[in-house]
Ligand binder design. Structure first.
Ligand SMILES: [Zn+2]
Length: 172
């Protein structure tokens, strides 16, 4: 996998440690956005000033509230699963991934990492990608009607509803 190769190369360098921009109460770290949109990154620079540390914490608080209200099946583990998740930004509202698909976020569960576009918090993929993290990027089968493997149970499990709840909770 392309990213894995990059990680191995980077980890061989001496000066690759990333200092978090801020750390949430649950222990999620906000890293930033790379100047050239490469990923993973070794420098940190903000993509969207709406994503300051205060809103970053709010995103987490609202997510945990949405989980408690709409998808309580995730609630027991949600906090500990958020611990040590690293968040990277990508410039702009969306970007085209290596499969030539336009995306606004991606979860890389093996590295406990998500990357999201620089959209303002309520329209961000933050909550969406965190649900991938809660599922370890493995949605239980069968696949709901008109869904795909990655989001197989997201309708019946209430995940889309929880994300919607999260988006609407902002009063941004
Ligand atoms: Zn998804």
């Amino acid at each position: 996998m392309k990213y894995l190769a990059l990680v191995i190369i980077l980890s061989g360098c001496a000066n690759t440690a990333t200092t978090p921009w801020c750390t949430s109460k649950a222990g999620t770290v906000l890293i930033g956005v790379p100047p050239d949109n490469t990923f993973p990154i070794t420098s940190h620079k903000y993509g969207n000033t709406d994503w300051d540390c205060e809103n970053f914490q709010r995103a987490e608080d609202l997510l945990l509230e949405a989980v408690e209200q709409i998808t309580p099946q995730f609630h027991l583990n949600a906090k500990s699963q958020l611990k040590s998740v690293a968040i990277y930004f990508h410039d702009g509202d969306s970007w085209v991934n290596t499969n030539e698909i336009e995306i606004a976020g991606q979860a890389l569960c093996n590295w406990n990492t998500i990357q999201i576009s620089s959209s303002t918090p309520p329209s961000s993929a933050y909550a969406h990608e965190m649900f991938h993290v809660f599922q370890g990027c493995k949605a239980p089968l069968p696949i709901d009607k008109k869904r795909d493997e990655d989001h197989a149970d997201w309708i019946r499990s209430g995940i889309y509803e929880a994300i919607d709840y999260w988006s609407k909770s902002w009063n941004f």
